[in-house]
Design a protein around this ligand. Structure first.
Ligand code: NAP
Length: 372
């Protein structure tokens, strides 16, 4: 029976992964072993089955007795343990949610509804490292897979509206703590029907700018504001998050002629759904109905939302999509720039299709590959 080690299962991505695996009844046909970097001997997750106490996540001997290791532990862990067990001659499959190995020659970024053929050819050429992609990139590709497959896309500009969860669990809490402060300081004015919005704004702004406003994790207010900077700077003037748009999209798709993807990545006060406003340059004037059909038929999770206010408010918001696997695309139309320019808006849960779901699915694909 296959032995599969799980590391990082209690973090944010890991716990969403565990939840999805439980929901889909994935814990069967293999022997799972749960690892920890902080609580050796402790209790593992409730999987509805007997599991041994937690093993040491740094025990490379034990790790190298696994057929597959699934890690959602983080980049530092990957950088330390992955080369170490490979040096020991480990030939197993390494499945990872961190970005550390994404651009390595012998790894594949996984998003099977979009790049199943790339994954299959990796498996047949004995590639052993499979890594989940950047959340924003994966969500954009899920939304556009049908159009991208048509070969009509010349370039894409993506302006993002990224959720707090992408920055980590502490940041999600900080966003709500910031909202709480703003709610508390404006409560008396809000309760007074005679108060003006301008008076409320003054109190809110004063608090946003005060030294005591909770910004330890974001470094700036997010509630009542936005932060147009995500991750570290690159020489190009892009942030690393913006750089990934081009680098990872083309790597996932294994394009022969790379498709330029660029834009500004912005953190907004959503909890766990990233949204993106897209400008898509097509090679020719493809009728909008055909573009709609291509998008709609891209994969079974994409949902085309008609370009009207009611449908948009009902289906195309983080509040509507949070916690679901649906990837809606709407606000679709041709732009004034010319008939080859299309705009669209898309939303997706960055912990599901943006992180845990591609990992859950590649695990099943590898299990199937090994048992086939
Ligand atoms: P995380 O929540 O910080 O969890 C990582 C590990 O931290 C846990 O597995 C746990 O390891 C330890 N930990 C320490 N204190 C904890 C606590 N109070 N609650 C839960 N875990 C605690 O990290 P993450 O956001 O899931 O990200 C994991 C990896 O996925 C990162 O490389 C990240 O870049 C990547 N990723 C994240 C996202 C995202 O949206 N967050 C999206 C795509 C990829 P032990 O059990 O060993 O102590």
């Amino acid at each position: 029976m296959l032995r599969i080690g799980f590391v990082g299962w209690r973090g944010m991505v890991g716990s969403v992964l565990m939840g999805r695996m439980r929901e889909e009844g994935d814990f069967k046909g293999f022997e799972p072993l749960f690892f920890t970097t902080s609580n050796v001997g402790g209790e593992g997750p409730d999987m509805g089955l007997e599991i041994p106490p937690l093993k040491d996540g740094y025990d490379v001997e034990l790790l190298s007795s696994m057929d597959i290791i699934v890690t959602c532990q983080g980049g530092d862990y990957t950088k330390r343990i992955s080369p170490e067990i490979r040096r020991l001659g480990w030939k197993g499959y390494w499945i990872d949610s961190a970005s550390a190995l994404r651009m390595e020659d012998d790894s594949i970024i996984v998003l099977d509804p979009v790049n199943r053929s790339v994954i299959d050819s990796g498996l047949s050429s004995d590639i052993k490292t499979y890594v989940g992609g950047n959340c924003t990139v994966s969500l954009m590709l899920m939304a556009l897979s049908g159009l991208l497959a048509s070969g009509h896309v010349e370039w894409i500009s993506s302006m993002t509206y990224q959720a707090a969860s992408g920055a980590g669990a502490k940041n999600m809490k900080e966003l709500i703590a910031q909202m709480d402060v703003l709610g508390s300081v404006s409560k008396a004015l809000l309760d007074d029907p005679a108060s003006t919005a301008i008076a409320i704004d003054e109190v809110v702004t004063q608090n946003l700018r005060s030294n005591t406003f909770p910004t330890e994790n974001f470094g700036a207010p997010l509630a009542g504001s936005i932060i147009p900077w995500i991750d570290s700077p690159m020489d190009s003037g892009q942030t690393r998050e913006e750089w990934k748009g081009y680098a990872e999209s083309n790597r996932i798709l294994q394009t022969r002629t790379p498709i330029p993807v660029d834009g500004v990545c912005v953190r907004v006060g959503a909890m766990r759904c990233h949204s993106q406003g897209l400008t898509i340059k097509l090679g020719t004037d493809v009728p909008i109905d055909e573009v709609s059909d291509m998008l709609k038929n891209g994969n079974r999770w994409v949902q085309l939302v008609s370009n009207d206010k009611e449908s948009t408010l009902q289906h195309l918001t983080p509040a509507a999509v949070n916690g679901t696997l649906t990837v809606p695309v709407g606000r679709l139309r041709k732009m004034l720039m010319g008939p080859e320019y299309v705009t669209a808006f898309t939303v997706g849960d960055q912990l599901l299709w943006g992180a845990a779901e591609p990992i859950r699915r590649i695990l099943n694909i590898i299990i199937e590959h090994l048992s086939g």
